[in-house]
Design a protein around this ligand. Sequence first.
Ligand code: SF4
Ligand code: SF4
Length: 359
Amino acid sequence: MKNLGFGLMRLPRTDPNLQEAIDLEQFKEMTDRFLDRGYTYFDTAYMYHNHESERAVKKALTSRIDRDKYLLATKLPTPKLEVPEDMERIFNEQLEKCGVEYFDYYLLHCLNAGLYDLAVRLGAFDFVQQKKAEGKVKRFGFSFHDTADVLDRILTEHPEVEFVQLQINYLDWESPTVQSRLCYEVARKHGKDVIIMEPIKGGALANVPPEARALMEAADPKKTPVQWALQFAATLPGVIMVLSGMSDLKQLDENTAFFNHLSPLTEEEKAMLFRCGDLINRSLAVSCTGCEYCTADCPKSIPIPQWFDAYNRGDDGRALAKDRPTPADCIGCGKCEKQCPQKLPIRRLLAAAKQGMKW
Ligand code: SF4
Ligand code: SF4
């Protein structure tokens, strides 16, 4: 199995302002090209694209391609669970939306200390084990956003878990909040397969500052910043899959071509990337990955990641403010911060963006 997975959370859209406006024709073409090049792994989730990613999977993939030609992963939306009955209802809904009879990889979505306690209380681990026994799930894992000690606790208490999905990239490798390296080491200690998410940190590692780009070009003038980031993630031992949320055919072409020629980084190259990480960290006002988890519950429908993106780019925000709610509309309820896997102080950062931009 080639280890590039197609993340289905940043699909091409016919309207860039609407998460659910998935460009199906382009997605179908991307799906065909991905498969033609020998890649097989597709990663969706209940919540992606305002709950439309799984439906798009049915239209672009499962209704068109033989079931044994691809691997499909999706996730139980742990943050949305309230009572045990929610799990069966949502699981059946997911099978129906995706148009399949089983999932190859099934994850508890977005576990952290609080959501782990909820998952245990509702019996989510037993639930997925039951689905495995019924043949509706082939492999069981979870995606994770918390510190390494929490990961160690979960894997110690649940040895039945087969793999973990971690946020790993050279920028977060030594981050005190994300703890990429420490989490990776815990997963390896427990002998778990690792799937990597956010290898390009939501695009932040694609557009690096000039000083970082110069270091990369000096090491290899032909390699792009995205390729450096993917190589860092993909060549770590024990990594079975690196997910890339590809948004157009060009990205898909570049990534699939690059994964055909992967070789491990030298120690010197790794040191160069960590130095780039320091430079990028210094240049980023907000380290938002654009995952959109924060927007679903915002009572003011503020496009939070789009504001952070504009702020990071030094945009004045005028264009975005024309037809979208702005940071000035924030009522400070804090609902967004409860959902943010990066633990960003969103209210404070929105206030800073509001002050720093003149729309
Ligand atoms: S704190 Fe502001 S941005 Fe966050 S959910 Fe509430 S209104 Fe929306
Ligand atoms: S602010 Fe947090 S939750 Fe919202 S898009 Fe950025 S990283 Fe995701």
